[in-house]
Design a protein around this ligand. Sequence first.
Ligand code: GDP
Ligand code: MG
Length: 149
Amino acid sequence: SSQTQPGRIMATERTFSILKPDATKRNLTGAVNAVIEEAGLRIVGQRRIQMSRAQAETFYEVHKERPFFGELVAFMTSGPVVVQVLEGENAVARYREVMGATNPAQAAEGTIRKKFAQSVGENTVHGSDSAENARIEIAQFFQDGDIAG
Ligand code: GDP
Ligand code: MG
């Protein structure tokens, strides 16, 4: 949604986040959430789940022809994940900045992946790459009544 204020447009939007199994396994959910909140993003929906193989395959369907697809689905179902809806100004792009590069070796200082990620596969967080994908991904895991902005 967006709000008009005198002289400026506030592009408040939502994005979809996952704290991946390497984060839950190392008891880092609070530490990662602190980085998210310090960046000005609000956690307006949050649930801890065990992803099924079918859910992971659907979620990462865009990558199904990639050589790492099997490994990715195995990893995402290897333990609990925390699925989240984040809200804030330009939340999609903002969260991608806060996450850092896919490969933690290339992630900028201060980003979640630089601080916590162990490899290009076990890289701690997922974040939507567009507003349209955010809507699709949120709808895969949340009902409207489970989000409160
Ligand atoms: P993201 O949008 O930054 O998460 O990156 P991508 O959309 O390109 O890839 C999705 C996820 O697949 C990444 O976050 C990684 O968990 C995993 N992945 C990407 N590239 C590789 C790779 O080369 N090897 C492995 N094992 N996993 C990868
Ligand atoms: Mg991606």
